[in-house]
Design a protein around this ligand. Structure first.
Ligand code: GLU
Length: 445
């Protein structure tokens, strides 16, 4: 790594102690930026790197709520508004017990580059809480969402910061969050949050977009080697919204999806995952994925193990950060892995990424491959601003166009910088350059 980059990285690590995932995300981006700084000394002169690593604003707040037994509970809420050079802060909210400042900052930092890659006018942010929705009644989750928004509302707005969902925050929670925002502010400000229901300002395809987009990216990446998903053996991790729609699109393109998972274990179904059963179990009944195996003859469940034990030609990590490690990759490469496209944020550890690249496996980092979700959020904002509602076909076409452009800009940038096929390099440089140029244009702010 260049001395300039090393110096800034050292500062970032020292100023943000204990934030392991944030350190990981920054290091990964910095490893790509050497050649850009050589060609563009103006970025160094204007301290663009230092500014990029310091969020514009970080909000941490108490979230008090009352559980069904009448007990008062306290969680911690976060919103890290990372960078607004390209547009209003934009990024999801995550409700999961693992959430702390280091997770929110890694996600917010990634979001800046991801949102830049979409080509849409959106800055980067992330938020959430260490609240664990698992085992909580609908009433408890609603009261939590209302309390969370009772503080958050003063920090967000159509032109300021536009949250959305992430792990633990789906359409149901977005409804409760928006309902409380509307009540407090007395404004039907549709553009303040995305991932809304389609009858009250949401966009068609937003629910499907992250999973669909990841698979569209994988298909285009495979095409660079004259391959396609048709007939490929596919393994997906997770079984939430991103995973379900990745499975749906992979199957539509002829992929044979044989396994998926949750945090407790994984299921294998050699006949191909039955989406209807999976949806019923995970989405409708909100049960562990184990129930899928109980309801499908021929499928089996493996508890307390990672889905990467199952052979795959195409792997789609759609669960969470650092879920695919070196040991997994070694095994998968030996059994014929051809491509990895990340539906989750930073699911592959740095050692595993290095191994994938040295083995010549096609590898698409999340900030490029899963950008379809937030890109469709930006399409939702467009529809809200013009009080319009587009058809499914039109919106999906827009998503497909955006994914193709992101793929091609990563591929072209990698080539321009002398490392064709390196999507990590391409995504980091293409994402960075656009934000950095906007920051230069806006002055020292
Ligand atoms: N949480 C999603 C992501 O990781 C979506 C964010 C959004 O739609 O604003 O990109």
């Amino acid at each position: 790594m260049q001395v300039q980059l090393e110096r800034v990285l050292e500062q970032v690590l020292a100023r943000n102690p204990g934030e392991r995932e944030f350190h990981q995300a920054v290091t990964e981006v910095f490893e790509s930026l050497g050649p850009v700084l050589e060609r563009n000394p103006q970025y160094v002169d204007a301290a663009v790197l230092e500014r990029l690593c310091e969020p514009e604003r970080q909000i941490i707040f108490r979230v008090p709520w009352v559980d069904d037994a009448g007990q008062v509970r306290i969680n911690r809420g976060f919103r890290v508004e990372f960078n607004s050079a390209l547009g209003p802060f934009k990024g999801g909210l995550r409700f999961h017990p693992s959430v702390y400042l280091g997770i929110v900052k890694f996600l917010g930092f990634e979001q800046v580059f991801k949102n830049s890659l979409t080509g849409m006018p959106i800055g980067g942010a992330k938020g959430g809480s260490d609240f664990d929705p698992r085992g909580r009644s609908a009433g408890e989750v609603m009261r939590f969402c209302q309390s969370f928004m009772t503080e958050l509302y003063r920090h967000i707005g159509e032109y300021t910061d536009v949250p959305a969902g992430d792990i633990g925050v789906g359409g149901r929670e977005i409804g409760w969050l928006f309902g409380q925002y509307k009540r407090i502010t007395n404004r039907y400000e549709s553009g303040v949050i995305t991932g809304k229901g389609v009858t009250w300002g949401g966009s068609l395809v937003r629910t499907e977009a992250t999973g669909y987009g990841t698979v569209l990216f994988a298909e285009r990446m495979l095409a660079t080697r004259g391959l396609g998903l048709d007939g490929m053996r596919v393994v997906v991790s997770g079984s939430g919204n991103v995973a379900i729609h990745a499975i749906e699109k992979a199957q539509a393109l002829g992929g044979h999806v044989v396994a998926c998972s949750d945090s407790l274990g994984y299921v294998v179904d050699e006949a191909g995952i039955d989406l209807e059963v999976l949806r019923q179990v995970r989405d409708v009944e909100r049960l562990p994925v184990e129930q899928y195996a109980a309801r499908r003859s021929g499928a089996h469940y493996v508890p307390s193990a990672r889905v990467w034990q199952v052979d795959a030609q195409v792997a789609l990590p759609c669960a969470t950060q650092n879920e695919l490690d070196e040991t997994d990759v070694k095994r998968l490469v030996e059994s014929g892995l051809l491509a990895v496209a990340e539906g989750a944020n930073m699911p592959t550890t740095p050692e595993a990424v290095a191994l994938l690249q040295s083995a010549g496996v096609l590898y698409a980092p999340g900030k490029a491959a899963n950008a379809g979700g937030v890109a469709t959020s930006a399409l939702e904002m467009q529809q809200n601003a013009s009080r319009d509602a587009w058809s499914f076909e039109h919106t999906e076409e827009r998503l497909a166009g955006i994914m193709a452009r992101i793929h091609d800009s990563c591929a072209e940038t990698a080539e321009e910088y002398g490392d064709p096929g390196n999507y990590v390099l391409g995504a980091n440089i293409a994402g960075f350059t656009k934000v950095a140029d906007a920051m230069l244009a806006l002055g020292v702010v």
